[in-house]
Design a protein around this ligand. Sequence first.
Ligand code: GLN
Length: 548
Amino acid sequence: MRTKFIIITGGVLSSLGKGLSAASIGALLEARGLTITFLKFDPYINVDPGTMNPFQHGEVYVTDDGAETDLDLGHYERYTHAMMSKKNNCTTGKIYDTVIAKERRGDYLGGTVQVIPHITDEIKKRIFDLTDDQDLVIVEVGGTVGDIESLPFLEAVRQLKGDVGKENICYIHVTLVPYIETAGELKTKPTQHSVKALREIGIQPDIILCRTKYDLTEAVKSKIALFCNVEKDAVITAKDVETIYEVPLKFHKEGLDEKIVDLLNIWTKKPDLLKWEEIVYNIKHPEKEVTIGIVGKYVDLKESYKSLGEALVHGGLANKALINIKYIDSEALEKDNSIIKMFSELNGILVPGGFGSRGIEGKIKAIQFAREKKVPFFGICLGMQLAVVEFGRNKIHLNDCNSQEFNQKTAHPVIYLLEQWKDQRNLLQKRSFNSDKGGTMRLGAYPCFLNENTFSFNAYQKKEISERHRHRYEFNNRYLELYEKHGMIIAGRSPDNDLVEIVEIKDHPWFVGCQFHPEFKSKPWKPHPLFREFIKASLKFKEDKKGE
Ligand code: GLN
């Protein structure tokens, strides 16, 4: 079969869950036996989201090949088997960067370089680059129709229909159908306006996905169909749901996947959705409950830890448990000692990744509590580094021990800036404290060897693993022996033994700090082993405490 295309645009306002819709459509088409991949276009000028503040733009998602991407790629990987890479996320900045470099090389032979056709051709090239062996490419155009920034992308996907033929492309527009209390009605006007704006730039949507609080009545669907010039069965209710993993099932019930394959003239089997039914059933019928404290900077919490939140849900699924998350502001904890009292409610403590010195001492306090009071602890990236600092200060009594990220001149740089490191291709890279922020991190998947008789080996049940990284600082091997002597266990290392990837401590129910980000590889049907075991240990901690 020739590759076909699904284009997803958004209207009315942002945050309508376009990414989740794209991921859910991917899940449904995969369940019908089709192979799919995704492309997310982001209209901002940054070349990638790596240098963007997560508070403004949400989490930076990292792929195996070390791309720092939009968080929607996380949804795509969690919902499907598609593997995301550098090729699957592209910004305006990246497009212009390429076009300007070509212009400087003289590739345009003296021609005037313009948005149409040069920028739009480059955009289309990114789409065509993904067609290898795929039945479908799902393209999500970020931003909202009407934004200046997204115009070149919309123009490019408009042209695509002419390039590939109308039977090979399907346009889906995601809009909002608000419920107005005073009128007691669902309103279709914003959708009408949004589709009008889309048609003005030459795109007639084939399907309209309506985000709504209530089911659209037949009358509302007819009205949208009439005004927006689509078939009535192409108006799909996308009602708010209890769990995001219910979205594929709801879309299927509304006939969305059937409509897509019909429009694209693809013959497939009926989708097998048993996996999704089980996930949703288990999320809605937990047998136990557990409370996990996530200690982070207030502004970072929630949106910027999307994958982390999902990985915890998956860990809960593996244990048939509901996860209650308590966000603990590390800056408040730093200033106010009484907050630690709240910790008695927690069954597990997690310190996630992060950058910058704000709130660091609060996180260290939380880790000390977890270590001393034997509460299950999971430290991820920065969380692992701070576990090493805490251990150095309070267990080994190394005065003024720190990570060089927070004090370059610390007497005991137990976490330090590795000035030379090997990237994924095994090429030597260099950085210093003054290096640029972009492109100086250890990024993407690296192998790690586990030692037996550790919490980590027990979780993975294998010796070699591969996990994704995004950091500059590392454990300082000068302190290795000292740490081991005092009871820290190095559970995982890089294959050449140079880098410490996982630390654990003895005589503790579960204390694991990993230099990588396991949350990027967890899926609802394949919970990550470390999250599964962390939740299991937290449940046990809760049970044991009850028994005391
Ligand atoms: N800031 C730390 C580093 O750069 C940790 C990064 C992270 O948690 N992702 O090494």
